[in-house]
Design a protein around this ligand. Structure first.
Ligand SMILES: *Cc1c(COP(=O)(O)O)cnc(C)c1O
Length: 390
């Protein structure tokens, strides 16, 4: 992940991006601020940083070590492959896998000190024997309750049965019982209260565990009574918010930027991009932005989205291609090739957030961020000095 980056740490961000067509900037001070704000919001609960999906598109290889340096004590991802990538990136603290794992994964999980969420006695058995073999006993595992969202997890009575199997096996210990909330970002908390009651039932049946955890970002901020022993915060760490959630002081971490690859004038009535779906209605100045849907910049933004150029909000015209799109800069004075374009972030007095992009195309900020692909280098900086990249 580091090979493609031209970045040299310690140099200025401005210098580093001079000869880049497109890139993503990560503000490490904002990230550290968010970790601290969420630790305050979590009260006595431990913050588990959710860095799945490449840290919501931000770049887990940079974000996770930075969060660890900022004092975050636990991490969570969805797949074991993501957990192993975190170990390679230097994360030494506990990592919980929230998604499904196979019995065949047990050995590698134990070897890398990765905590699995188990859903079968067979998987428990494999973790147990891997733990004994590796001399790492007791190895912690968690069990997820299906508390009504009906995605991954077990019913409370099944949790109790599996917990009893774990209790009989050597080298393995039940550390956590958890669930995921379906309506955490809605004003009506009645379903959250029902889900919490089912987790309570599972804990009653299975016996107490050191770490009960149900809260995501929205619940951590909105409902202190559901923080229990740990909270799993994802989106908030990145300075974005779920619906109906007040901002306790979180700051946007990510900016997505490019440099204009061409600025040119065309006459009235000219078609633009694939399908010629947009036509100039006057002599126009157009600017070519070297980012496309291959970078996770949605094709649905065609003829709908805006970008910032020269401090102005400029409309995207024509279809977003795999690697390029065009913006109409007719109204912007003095635009030239190499000028900085902001797709997400700030320029002059204007800001575009991932939430703004999401609203334009009827999705949520989570999808816009998690969809950012690998091609753009992630440049992490503090006060404009490059600190890390991936
Ligand atoms: C993604 C995820 C989270 C984090 O949710 P946010 O709303 O981003 O804080 C927590 N728990 C589980 C199981 C998840 O999949």
């Amino acid at each position: 992940m580091t090979a493609k980056s031209p970045a040299k740490t310690g140099t200025s961000l401005a210098n580093t991006t001079k000869a880049l067509n497109a890139w993503i900037e990560l503000d490490l001070d904002a990230l550290a601020n968010n970790a601290s704000v969420l630790r305050d919001a979590a009260g006595n609960a431990t913050v588990m940083a959710v860095v799945k999906a490449n840290a919501y598109g931000h770049g887990a290889a940079v974000v996770a070590p930075a969060l660890q340096a900022a004092g975050i004590e636990r991490f969570a991802v969805v797949f074991m492959s993501e957990a192993i990538a975190l170990r390679r990136a230097g994360v030494t603290r506990p990592i919980l896998v929230l998604g499904h794992s196979f019995p065949e994964n047990a050995k590698e999980a134990v070897a890398n000190d990765i905590t699995l969420t188990i859903d079968t006695a067979n998987l428990a058995k494999e973790v147990s024997s891997a733990a004994i073999q590796a001399g790492k006993a007791p190895v912690p595992v968690h069990i997820k309750v299906d508390s009504g969202m009906h995605r991954f997890g077990l019913a409370p009575n099944e949790v109790a049965t599996l917990a009893a199997s774990v209790g009989e096996l050597p080298g393995i210990v039940l550390e956590g019982i958890w669930t995921h909330l379906a309506n955490a970002d809605q004003q009506d908390d009645s379903f959250t209260i029902q889900q919490n009651a089912l987790v309570e039932e599972a804990v009653q049946l299975a016996g107490p565990v050191p770490i009960r955890h149900i809260a995501n970002t929205a619940t951590t901020i909105r409902r202190p009574e559901f923080r229990y022993d740990a909270v799993r915060t994802g989106i908030g760490l990145y300075g974005a918010l779920p619906h109906h959630t007040p901002n306790p002081g979180l700051q946007r971490v990510l900016s997505m930027k490019a440099r204009l690859a061409r600025v040119f004038d065309v006459g009235s009535g000219e078609g633009v991009s694939y399908g010629l779906t947009w036509r100039t209605e006057r002599p126009s100045r157009l600017a070519l932005v070297p980012i496309g849907y291959a970078d996770g910049y949605h094709r649905a933004l065609s003829n709908r989205g805006h970008v910032l150029i020269g401090g102005y909000r400029c409309p995207i015209v024509g279809l977003v291609c795999m690697d390029h799109f065009l913006a109409d800069v007719t109204a912007v004075p003095g635009v030239s090739i190499g000028d900085e374009v902001v797709l997400i972030g700030e320029q002059g007095n204007e800001t575009i957030t991932a939430g703004d992009v999401a609203a334009t195309i009827d999705t949520i900020n989570y999808e816009v961020l998690a969809g950012l692909n690998q091609r753009l280098p992630r440049l992490a900086h503090s006060q404009g000095v490059l600190e890390a990249s991936c």
